[in-house]
Design a protein around this ligand. Sequence first.
Ligand SMILES: Cc1ncc(COP(=O)(O)O)c(C=O)c1O
Length: 445
Amino acid sequence: MPMAADSFDPQAVRGDFPSLARLRGGKPPIYLNNTCMTLRPRPVIEAITAYYAEFPTCGGGRLDAQGRSSNWFQGELHEHEVESRRLMAELLGAASPSEIVWTRNATEALNIVAHGLQLEPGDEVVGCVREHNSNLVPWLEVERELRARAGDPELVVRRTFDLKPDGAFDLAQALEAISPRTRVLAIGHASNLDGTRISDEDLKTLADRVHAVGGVLVLDAAQTVPHRHVDVQALGVDFLACSIHKMCGPTAMGALYGRKESLTALRPFIVGGDTVSDTWLDRVEYKLPPGRFEAGLQHYAGMVGTAAAIRYVRDHVGFEAIEAHERRLNRHLTHRLLPLLGDHLQLLGPVDADQRGGVLTLASHSGALINAIERQADRQANVMVRVGMFCSNAYLHERFDTRGSAANNLRVSVYFYNTLDELDVFADVVEGVLADPVAAMDEGA
Ligand SMILES: Cc1ncc(COP(=O)(O)O)c(C=O)c1O
């Protein structure tokens, strides 16, 4: 039974996370970099350990029963593989487990799609101005290849649409960018930079429009799958990429969802052992999806850990509790920080915390000030935040005066185990730094 959303108390789960029990200088860690990667609860750690301790073997065979031989250990691993793919399919609302491809992360999933679609010169890919580099660079590579093939360095492949002035999604501009040439709409579901998200209604409208012109919707859901219920069929998504390490799962574990017809039409990108049902000296017969996309030995501990992560996040904590608690946390932090900002710091994205999920990013013209806050947060209170451009370089260059620096932004991102008290500790650090910025910047610089 998931936990109740209105009375969720993070203290009910914090004991499950061994890393939260560590101390440095007598103080516990305050982990506020959850957008990048989350902490792991004991059931996930135990599941990963069980793989290495009990059945540490290679592929126990896949859904198409074309795996390796089936001995004792492989038989056990096979059961775990089947179960974790089933759970992943269920989590995303996929029609079948065979629509799930395991990857190392969302980035690999997006590359499999971009390189597998076999676009032709004249085809266009639409995305917004703030795509994460993982949903930008693969398409820029496709653009480069198509330009070379067409012998036209000016060929337009990728079209971008803008956002509202405060960074919120703008349906009208997105719809305008879709044309009869659009073969792919590749968009981020929620931003890792400012937390804004595309609503379900807008996403469905986009899916209908891109399908009407014969294209596919590729959703970078790295920042939504860990936080809310995402149903690929209800939303009309053709491909979805996500990372399990952002939802309490094993490091370097991700998933690609592909609608059966869409996945079958995709050309395998990374090929070799385990992707084929047979080979001859001059030809290859690929396995059916998902096998043809999972090349070489796989992250089996990751698969076993994924099942434990889904059970923990979805079934034990529950998405309603997660969303409600993140909203509570972000409202609190926003309320504490807004009066402090002044001319020194700017909040990225909408001021309204409810529009920013669990993310709050501060930007400054002074990289030294941002670094001072990060340094003081770490030294004084073991607070871990992230400083940088968060793989959103293109957007930051386009919209803001980035002055060539990668260190002018500081991001706080929360998950369900964070507390209001932890955010107060961080806000106190910011307050202290802003009270005497020169001293804070000098100290340890
Ligand atoms: C929106 C978004 N897309 C893609 C990624 C890439 O995720 P990964 O590094 O797990 O591939 C991230 C990572 O932060 C992200 O926030």
